[in-house]
Design a binder for this molecule. Structure first.
Ligand code: DGT
Ligand code: CA
Ligand code: CA
Length: 570
């Protein structure tokens, strides 16, 4: 049991007591926690020597608790406190605007129990309606949440992406340079991003740095050197920049794109071939002569490798494959001809079927499936049978008006607890696309959950299994499920597994998508869009597919409308 862990427990007690409105005690716990953190010696030594009470701030009561923690690894008192209040309330108090009293009010009046719910309430302007709150406090709360999201580690790809692109475009357009790119995990399109890295190739670095810090989005310049710098944007996002000479741009882009594991493997290969590789270029070991560095293609080429797309650079076999000219021909966004998962204003979305159809057509799609929620999911405006049948009629009328495009009828149908679907077969039969989904009862055993999903997949009308593992990134772990059996069933029944493109889902994820591909499964990307803007999430679905090594032929959205109609018999 480390000093840090024991201190953390005492801090948590302090916070919980504060929430409960207990006076004085929180301060005592914090004082003890702080002195344990900075003890400079292992606290278990004090324990063994029976000298815990010699630590500043540790009295009889706290010493007793520390002994319990060291002896049992747990603390009953903390358990009890935790049971009295939702754990997420503690996170609320990390926002400067929110003290214990406010946290309790948000809990009691708006039933907010964690940061996620707080964010939602602020975004939906429910907080400003509380007495004593206003628009300003709502804004401050949102700002506080963003900073915490930053601090607590990683941003969602869907969040970092727009900032990265904006800054990339700003620098490129002001400097007129073509050698400007995001790098790091963002260029690899990883599902979460630690910080945003920008790389610029230029022989005038001070000009580039001037442009970088002049971006109107910049709130604070954290560091500014000759060739590297760091800023914080107004929303709290941190961006790092490096400027390298143009003849090293390719080597630097390769190096700073990572991943680290990919780079380590590449360096090993370079050494094997008698070269040295770093962010400046590839050099011969003997004479130190530079033999590549201007472009990434050159760098990979000199090592005997085909060009490796950034999404694959995770050291999952891509270097081997590139050496043997066996890299996959990755799917691209331009291959996408339609979207299989959309919500309209008939359930909890904001756009009408017609607006969605027009927007999808404008994007060059050939089809879109309308998949509102089913009856049981009342919180999300699930459609009754009658409403669904009426919407099928609406779709038919739109299809009569619109040329060279087809709106597919569909539904995102709840998989009920016992594996039955939320509409009878007599209704499902009339739909072009049935997306089956689990939105409740996540806590089943692995066996129960697997059986539940398998029995839903056994229904002949199911086209797609939505977000197959149910995870929500950094909010909810995947439910317990035997994915191998799901994959087998999908292959046997011809059910497509979804790559749900919502930034907080990305489910299947990259690794599971690769597994499904290798198992011969067809996948379908669904944006799960609830507005026209969210149709853009297709980028993240495709990125996940690429990271899963998927080719055009592995993804149903690349089918032409004709082929799709033939495959589905619709
Ligand atoms: P992140 O920011 O945590 O989402 O992940 P990355 O991959 O963007 O990592 P970051 O920002 O620390 O560094 C950017 C890239 O720089 C990283 O992907 C690979 C390269 N890099 C950083 N440190 C090392 C290192 O120690 N060795 C090697 N070979 N490459 C490194
Ligand atoms: Ca990074
Ligand atoms: Ca970085």
């Amino acid at each position: 049991m480390s000093n840090a862990k024991i201190a953390a427990i005492l801090y948590e007690i302090a916070d919980l007591l504060e929430l409960k409105g207990v006076e004085f005690k929180p301060r005592a716990y914090r004082r003890a926690a702080r002195s344990i953190e900075t003890l400079g010696r292992d606290i278990t030594d004090y324990y063994k020597e029976n000298k815990l009470e010699e630590i500043p701030g540790v009295g009889k009561a706290i010493a007793k608790k520390i002994r319990e923690i060291i002896e049992t690894g747990e603390l009953n008192y903390l358990k009890q406190l935790r049971e009295e209040l939702p754990a997420g309330l503690l996170q609320l108090m990390e926002i400067p605007e929110i003290g214990p009293k406010t946290a309790m009010r948000l809990y009691k009046e708006l039933k907010i129990t964690n940061l996620h719910e707080l964010k939602k309430a602020a975004e939906e302007h429910r907080i400003r309606r509380l007495k004593g709150f206003g628009e300003k406090s709502e804004e401050n709360i949102l700002k506080g949440i963003r900073i915490i999201e930053q601090r607590s580690g990683r941003m969602l790809l869907g969040y970092a992406y727009y900032y990265g692109k904006k800054i990339e475009q700003y620098i490129a357009s002001v400097t007129k340079l073509r050698t400007v790119s995001v790098a790091g995990s963002l260029r690899r399109m990883k599902e979460t991003i630690g910080d945003i890295d920008i790389l610029v190739g230029s022989d005038n670095p001070s000009m580039v740095m001037d442009v970088f810090v002049s971006n109107p989005e910049v709130e604070e310049v954290l560091a500014r050197g000759d060739t590297r710098g760091s800023v914080r944007l107004k929303d709290g996002v941190q961006v790092d920049i490096r400027v390298v000479s143009t003849d090293s741009y390719g080597a630097a882009l390769q190096y700073f794109t990572g991943s680290k594991d990919h780079n380590i493997e590449l360096r090993r290969l370079a050494i094997e071939k008698g070269y040295k590789i770093n962010e400046y270029g590839v050099f011969t070991k003997e004479t130190g002569e530079k033999i590549a560095g201007k472009t990434e293609e050159e760098v990979y080429g000199i090592l005997g490798l085909d060009y490796i797309p950034p999404e694959l650079r995770e050291n999952r076999g891509e270097i081997q494959a590139a050496a043997h000219h066996q890299l996959p021909h990755l799917i691209e966004i331009d291959h996408i001809r339609g979207d299989f998962h959309i919500h309209t204003n008939l359930s909890d979305g904001s756009a009408s079927i017609e607006e969605i159809a027009e927007e999808c057509k404008r994007r060059g799609y050939e089809y879109v499936a309308i998949t509102d929620h089913s009856e049981t999911l009342k919180v999300a405006g699930g459609l009754s049978k009658e409403e669904l049948i009426k919407s099928i009629e609406t779709v038919r009328k739109i299809n009569e008006k619109i040329d060279g495009f087809r709106v597919l009828t569909g539904a995102e149908v709840e998989i009920l607890g016992d594996g039955r679907l939320d509409y009878p077969d007599s209704v499902l039969r009339d739909l072009d696309i049935v997306v089956a989904a689990v939105h409740s009862g996540f806590r089943m055993s692995r066996k129960e959950m697997t059986e539940r999903i398998l029995s839903a997949m056994a229904n002949d009308y199911v086209t797609i299994l939505a977000h197959p593992t149910g995870r929500v990134i950094e909010q909810r772990d995947p439910y317990e499920v035997d994915l191998e059996r799901i994959i087998d069933e999908a292959r046997g029944k011809g059910v497509w597994l979804e790559i749900n493109a919502l930034p907080e889902r990305l489910d299947l994820n990259d690794v599971n998508a690769k597994w499904a591909k290798e198992s011969g499964i067809m996948m379908a990307i669904g944006t799960d869009a609830h507005s026209l803007d969210q149709l853009n999430y297709m980028i993240f679905g495709v990125a996940t597919a690429k990271r899963g090594w998927l080719e055009k032929g592995n993804v149903a959205n690349t089918l032409t409308l004709n082929d799709l109609e033939r495959v589905l018999g619709i």
